[in-house]
Write a protein that binds this ligand. Sequence first.
Ligand SMILES: NC(=O)c1ccc[n+]([C@@H]2O[C@H](COP(=O)([O-])OP(=O)(O)OC[C@H]3O[C@@H](n4cnc5c(N)ncnc54)[C@H](O)[C@@H]3O)[C@@H](O)[C@H]2O)c1
Length: 415
Amino acid sequence: MRVGIVGLGYVGLPLAVAFAAAGVEVVGVDISAQRVGEINAGDSYIEDVPDAELAAALPRLNATTDYASLADVDAVLICVPTPLTPNREPDLGPLLSSAEAVGKVVRAGQVVVLESTTYPGTTRERVAPLLERGGLRAGVDFNLAFSPERVDPGRTDYTLVNTPKVIGGLTEACGDRAEEVYRVVCNEIVRVATPEAAELTKLLENIFRAVNIALVNELALLTDRMGIDIWEVIDAAATKPYGFMRFEPGPGMGGHCLPVDPFYLSWRARAFDMAPEFTELAGKVNQQMPYHCVAKLQRTLNDRGIAVRGARIALLGVSYKPGVGDVRESPALKIIELLLKLGAEVVYHDPYVPTLKRFELESKPLEQALAGADLVLIVTAHAGIDYDALAADGTCVFDLRGVTHPSVDSQVVRL
Ligand SMILES: NC(=O)c1ccc[n+]([C@@H]2O[C@H](COP(=O)([O-])OP(=O)(O)OC[C@H]3O[C@@H](n4cnc5c(N)ncnc54)[C@H](O)[C@@H]3O)[C@@H](O)[C@H]2O)c1
């Protein structure tokens, strides 16, 4: 079997390496010549793919910017980004241009699978027509399916191999062909009847998280006013052995999935005369969190007789979650923007994010970042820092992640 993977990012590169490690010849296509060069040189830009793993895969993995190389493969898996426009509507630009390019080389007998997160109907209504432009018919001459990616960057207990893979084919035979391909790298396959069911499965998973995070975020706003520690409440609720699932508040949602995917569904729902209120409300509540964090930071400094203007604020962690360098939609960016507008001096420490070009900031070594800080703001709690020790010398710490354990006389404030 030979597999082609289009889009070699957080999703596509680990997938390409997994197939190559399983002995499959892989052609990886990306529009970024720089990324293609890096891959072929064994230089990984994705944390989940160590250089050694990439090097081991290289004899069977060949990256290119040329879609023509896909003509010889048995399966084409599309993993390009599905972002939002500035008006928060689905931006299918990369997806449609990649489908159009695949359409120029697709041949009879191949199976094409879309992995990019998108709204129900995309595979059938938007991708299939582009693939069929050359005269071949989807579900007849070639196979077409949707199979959502469930990778959680930075996670090691659940990987591509042991996370069940959901597949919805355009026809039964399309599903069978896609299943055959994924069986090479995944232990368990879950079949659903249509691409639409598979598309919505992914959105349900992410909206479920967005709604539950919004619920605890809203509670955090309330407990702040009530003077109750939200973390203590969550810890206590989580002792219930059934019927409760732990979600934690924070400075807002980041990454390429949670802040983006719900808008794909709410946009699509409008065509069916529905406004999915839970979904939209979750987005609204979560978007407010960076503003709340900055307001509480202002109060915290105020209590110490310090104005935000001119104060030195040291952010710890700016990526959207621990253990990764991805800053897409990271709430840290909004917080920095708001702090700079208020006239604060912002410094940060994040071993995964060497620079934040947008703000012309560079990550400082921990000691340097903490030196002279009026307030230390824990935004993303990467491993390797003793967060409790930070406040021990009297430094004022505002913890947005519940990783500190404040004592009565400590200088720690939690979200
Ligand atoms: N990152 C995640 O954790 C995650 C998890 C599950 C699902 N997803 C979904 O998977 C999809 C890909 O996400 P990602 O995080 O891997 O994105 P990414 O930005 O990390 O990678 C996408 C890659 O596609 C390339 N690309 C863009 N347009 C292209 C085109 N027309 N032709 C070929 N290559 C092109 C880019 O250069 C980039 O290398 C998205 O739909 C996302 O929602 C992401």
